[in-house]
Structure formats: C-alpha cells, structure tokens
Design a protein around this ligand. Structure first.
Ligand code: ATP
Ligand code: PRP
Length: 231
C-alpha cells in the first residue's frame, strides 16, 4: 500500500470549521480530537490521515514533509514566512482581523528624534507593543516608517496594557468581545485573516494526482459553502 497522505491541522476552531470542507472532499475523521488522545487520526479513507498539532507548528510539519498538506491561519503563515510552501487555496474559515488594539482613543506620537524614528507612548517613553505576531507587527510599523518596542507573548495579549506591560497590543479580533471585556478597543486594522490550505513542495510534485484532486475538491467545497452562507 502507498504511504497515506497526511493533512496537518490544529484542534479547536480550525478543526471544527474545516470539517465540512473535508467532508465535501469525502474525508471524515474516525475520531474526535477533543476526546481522543491520538495525534494521528484515521479517516474513512485508508489513504488519508489527519495529524493534529499546535496551530503554530502546522507550517513546520508541512515544510519538512512530515505532513503533505496542512491547514493554517494566515497569521501563522505570515510569522512562518518564506516561500518554502505552496499556499494554493484560501479556505475562508476561521476569519478574523489582525489589529492594533489598546485603550479607547489611544493616540501615540511619532517623533523623529534624529537617529531613530521611534513612536512614543502617552507616557513619553518608547511605544511598547505586546504580541505573538512579531514579524507582522514589525512589518506593519516599518511600513508606517516608525519603530516600536515589541514584547513577545504567547497568548492573553489583552493583559499587556492592563498590567502596564505594554501600551498597545497586536492581536486577532473577531467579535471584539475579548477586547471589550478587558476595557480595550480596536484601533488600527492591519490585515484580514483566514485559514489557508498549504502543501509541501515535494508532495505537490511526487503525489501530484492525489494532492491536486484534494485541492480541487476543497476548492469546490469552499465555493459551495460560501455561496450558501452569502445567500
Ligand atoms: P494554540 O491554541 O496552539 O496556542 P491558537 O490559540 O492560535 O494556538 P486557535 O485559537 O485555535 O489556536 O486559532 C487558530 C487560528 O484561528 C489562528 O491562527 C487564526 O488564524 C484563527 N483565529 C484565532 N482567533 C480567532 C477568532 N477569534 N475568530 C476567528 N478566527 C480566529
Ligand atoms: C483569539 C484572539 C483574541 C480573541 C478575539 O483568542 O487572540 O483573544 O480570539 O476574538 P473576539 O474578538 O471574538 O473576542 P482565542 O479565542 O483563540 O484564545 P487563545 O488565543 O487563548 O487560543
């Protein structure tokens, strides 16, 4: 028997939202990652397995060929960077926005002080931004022509301004409820985020028939499901 095709994805939001797309492509997992401790899930097709890993690890598994395909948020892919993967399809799931957020109506000063073009906080100190999206934050502020001090966090960014760790945050926003619950507001839109199908470069060549068939059926599923939800 040929080695099965492996699709890497994270449990939770992405798994749940990917299920209808996978089902449309004829793939149904035999286990629920919320209740099973298995990391490789069998599906109704012997030739297809699902590898359940942390969201941020999906591009790495696909990059090194430990999985042939993957489903990852654009936020994660922007941090992963590089052109070491194919990204053939926007799955239009797990949609949200990457934003700068902070106290309502917060205005920072962008002062050119000869050497650096640093942004300054209302405290007069250099503007500090807490985020897990280092590269995206750096790029966004660099495009505005200003430098900021970036503080790397792994989650719960909303706490940053509350406890005085940072002035602002860069995080994902969907309903805005998390920001609101923590007394913060969305301030600047960086980019729209959705999940993408990604493919290992060698798998695209060596397993082209099955990989292309999967891409086409997932693409068909995206079109059908988005047509249904926009009706
Ligand atoms: P981990 O749980 O491993 O720390 P994570 O918290 O990023 O990772 P999820 O919360 O499942 O994992 O998010 C997975 C992806 O879903 C993100 O990379 C992003 O693309 C998208 N996402 C995150 N938050 C939201 C949200 N509130 N609404 C819609 N999509 C979101
Ligand atoms: C994400 C993000 C925000 C929240 C925004 O967190 O980091 O905290 O969603 O969504 P909202 O605008 O609808 O409130 P998530 O739910 O993924 O929690 P986690 O980062 O702890 O996994």
């Amino acid at each position: 028997m040929e080695t099965p095709i492996k699709i890497a994805l994270s449990k939770g939001r992405i798994f749940k939202e990917a299920l209808p797309l996978l089902a449309h492509a004829g793939i149904e997992p035999l286990d629920d990652p919320e209740t099973s401790r298995k990391l490789i899930l069998d599906t109704n097709q012997d030739a297809i397995k699902l590898v359940v890993i942390r969201a941020a690890d999906v591009p790495t598994y696909v990059r090194y060929g430990a999985a042939d395909l993957g489903i990852a948020g654009k936020d994660v892919l922007m941090e992963h960077g590089g052109d070491d993967l194919y990204e053939p399809l926007d799955l239009k799931i797990a949609c949200c926005r990457m934003m700068v957020a902070g106290p309502e109506n917060y205005i920072y000063n962008n002062i050119n002080n000869n050497d650096d073009n640093f942004a300054f906080a209302q405290t007069g100190k250099r503007l500090k931004i807490a985020t897990k999206y280092i590269k995206s934050t750096q790029r966004y502020f660099a495009e505005k022509g200003i430098q900021v001090e970036i503080i790397k966090l792994y989650g719960s960014m909303e706490l940053g301004p509350i406890v005085g760790l940072s002035d602002l945050i860069v995080d994902l926003v969907d309903t805005g409820n998390t920001l609101k619950a923590n007394g913060l507001a969305p301030l600047e839109h960086i980019t729209n985020i959705s999940s993408r199908l990604i493919v290992n470069k060698a798998s695209m060549k060596m397993k082209d028939k099955v990989v292309k068939h999967l891409i086409n059926s997932m693409s068909d599923a995206v079109n059908k499901l988005t047509a249904l939800t926009t009706k």
